[in-house]
Write a protein that binds this ligand. Structure first.
Ligand code: ZN
Ligand code: ZN
Length: 347
């Protein structure tokens, strides 16, 4: 079969690899769609090497059809449409035991240290199958939307931590795919006003089409003044930072009202510090959360949200490529005009 293989030092090649045969408890998925995310770009360029095996088939936002099942598999059947949760967790470490398997100490991840979905087929291990990593989706849902349940599951996981209450004003900083998922999910949770701040015009236009209440160009408009107007000067109930720029951390804290919640969704560059005024947290009684990854329960819930059209992930897809066009797909994914790039290994 054909696969996009990361070969180390910034090299990705599409080449023939052996078609895996599912053993006991394992499942072979014919991949229909794999969407690209920033993590793939960091792996492909060599910027991220921790937890990355060389060589490895890239891709962790995958969806497809169950093609073969090994002996003893009863969770899925041949022909099922499935989304694949990429983190294969141990179930026994301290974090797994306290219900935070997204932070599993020994997780293996598809497209990082397990072969992922940028291939015509992917083998899902017995541990992953038993752990519920294959989520069956309604067959009428387009595959790229099932793929996008993966990033949506991470956004949902974060929202469960930072919480959106009915009638909240929510500020999402960064209007790429992730920011637009937070914005839509805030709506689902009952927010009164959702604000997205995004410097790229095409993304602002998409935010508007998706029904975001207030879309702000932070370069040419005065975001703090707009937020003050919307909140009688007290600030947002929730601020979600979807851009990993350390200088924005204190601004995010400054944008929240007293008792507000601030979530650092984006990761930050390694070893960089950020200067904050800690009194914003102290006197404002702010709740500050991080969030990382998601659990298979989040993934299942995300697939349900997509199936029911509660979150429009289809509109986030701006580019589509075949597997042999992986180089163009990675270039497109890095461009500011791209929101989500899908690769269709079957096409
Ligand atoms: Zn991703
Ligand atoms: Zn664990």
């Amino acid at each position: 079969m054909r696969a996009a293989v990361y070969e180390g030092s910034g090299q990705v090649a599409v080449r023939d690899v052996e078609l895996p045969v599912p053993g006991e408890g394992e499942v072979l998925v014919r991949v229909a769609s794999n969407t690209i995310c920033g993590t793939d770009l960091r792996i492909a360029s060599g910027a991220k090497s921790k937890g990355v095996r060389v060589p490895v088939v890239l891709g962790h936002e995958s969806a497809g059809v169950v093609e073969r099942v090994g002996r003893g598999v009863d969770r899925v059947r041949v022909g099922d449409h499935v989304g694949v949760a990429p983190s294969v967790v141990c179930g026994t470490c301290d974090m797994c035991r306290r219900g935070a398997a997204n932070l599993c100490r020994t997780a293996q991840v598809l497209g990082h240290d397990l072969d992922g979905g940028l291939a015509e087929h992917m083998l899902v291990s017995a541990r992953a199958v038993a752990g519920g990593n294959l989520v069956v989706a309604a067959p009428e849902v387009p595959f790229e939307q099932v793929s996008l349940a993966e990033p949506l599951s991470c956004v949902l996981h974060a929202q469960r931590l930072y919480r959106v209450d009915v009638d909240d004003v929510v500020l999402v900083v960064g209007g790429g795919a992730i920011g637009l998922m937070h914005a839509q999910l805030a709506r689902v949770a009952g927010a009164r006003t959702v604000v997205v701040s995004e410097p790229v015009a095409s993304r602002r236009a998409l935010a508007t089409r998706l029904g975001v209440d207030v879309v702000v160009d932070p370069v040419h408009e005065d975001l703090p003044a707009i937020m003050a107007d919307l909140t009688d000067g007290v600030g947002a109930d929730v601020v979600v930072l979807c851009i990993g720029v350390p200088a924005l951390v204190d601004q995010a804290l400054a944008g929240a009202r007293h008792r507000g919640r601030v979530n650092f969704f984006a990761g930050f560059p390694k070893d960089r510090l950020s200067e904050v005024d800690p009194n914003r947290i102290h006197y404002g009684e702010l709740t500050v959360t991080g969030s990382s990854n998601s659990t298979v329960d989040d993934h299942r819930a995300a697939v349900r949200l997509v199936e029911r059209g509660r979150v429009d992930v289809g509109s986030l897809v701006t580019h589509s490529f075949g597997l042999d066009e992986i180089d163009q797909a990675l270039v497109a994914a890095a461009s500011p005009e791209a929101v989500k790039v899908v690769v269709r290994p079957g096409s």
